[in-house]
Write a protein that binds this ligand. Structure first.
Ligand SMILES: C[S@@+](CC[C@H](N)C(=O)[O-])C[C@H]1O[C@@H](n2cnc3c(N)ncnc32)[C@H](O)[C@@H]1O
Length: 266
């Protein structure tokens, strides 16, 4: 979808949501949304939480998000093009972590919410990384790079929000060179049992209340809980990666399985 169409779609969908006096929106549950609605809602959510996004990530995950991205970066292997693509880069945290860890790697980050990209660009500036980190508007389902251009590509906390996961994975596979890596870092639910019950209580009971204190759009964090509970299981997601022709696929559970790093090779 072209950028202009995407923007007007976002506005159209956002307008359809009820808003009460406090400007709190209500989103339908993930299972009730169709794909177009979901894409519009995701754009609306990230455009509305941009200012508080980094802060809330740190608070709501107890800074684990920082450790999870660092672990992802530590698994990257640069061996030919020395280029990395961060898909759904948001405010650019993974792109910046990669650039800081590998001084000879060129990094590109793309996201379809310009407000998120703009915040990321400020961080690139502050860290003096303009010569190696490029952040810009781009759609994960239609990546504007030629085949075999990057050594590694990753998507952190993004694929959960994209209805057509096959398309994203096939685009990510297309733009890396043979033997290159596709990485997916995503919030997941622990296996059934004690930790799952605790996590579900946190996600559905505590997290939206915490978010209410800090953001003008707490419904965004109800959507977050809903989208995590509706994400495929570890086994299902590995199967999906394998079905896309990725080899040596593995899943690394992080922090009792509340997050998982998936890695596959072209
Ligand atoms: C939870 S944020 C993650 C941001 C960042 N990767 C991080 O680690 O914090 C999800 C991001 O995915 C982006 N996104 C969702 N669907 C997308 C798509 N089809 N193309 C590009 N970006 C997308 C959203 O705009 C949002 O910035």
């Amino acid at each position: 979808m072209k950028r202009k169409d995407a923007e007007s779609q976002r506005r159209r969908v956002a307008k359809n949501f009820k808003m009460n006096k406090k400007q709190n929106k209500e989103y339908p549950s993930v299972q009730e949304m169709n794909d177009d609605q979901r894409i519009g809602i995701v754009k609306d959510i990230f455009a509305s939480v941009t200012d508080k996004y980094d802060f809330l990530n740190r608070v709501l995950s107890g800074r684990r998000d920082v450790a999870w991205r660092k672990r992802t970066v530590s698994e990257m292997l640069f061996f030919n093009t020395h280029r990395f693509l961060d898909v759904a880069t948001g405010t650019g945290d993974l792109a910046l972590d990669c650039a800081n860890s590998y001084p000879d790697v060129k990094v590109v980050g793309v996201d379809f919410v310009q407000e998120m990209v703009n915040n990321g660009l400020k961080k690139v500036d502050t860290q003096n990384l303009n010569n190696r980190v490029e952040l810009k508007w781009g759609d994960a389902t239609n990546i504007e790079y030629k085949d075999n251009f990057f050594d590694v590509t990753a998507i952190a906390f993004g694929i959960r929000n994209i209805p057509d996961k096959e398309k994203v994975l096939s685009e990510m596979k297309r733009i890396i060179i043979p033997e290159g890596q596709v990485m997916v870092l995503e919030l997941t639910t622990p296996e059934p049992g004690f930790w799952r019950s605790i996590y579900s209580f946190y996600l559905n009971g505590i997290l939206p209340k915490l978010a209410k204190w800090f953001t003008k759009n707490p419904a965004a964090y109800e959507y977050l809980a809903d989208s995590i509970m509706n994400f495929p299981t570890r086994r299902e997601f590995l199967k999906l990666m394998e079905s896309m022709g990725l080899k040596n696929c593995k899943a690394i559970p992080l922090t009792f399985g509340v997050c998982t790093l998936y890695i596959g090779q072209k």
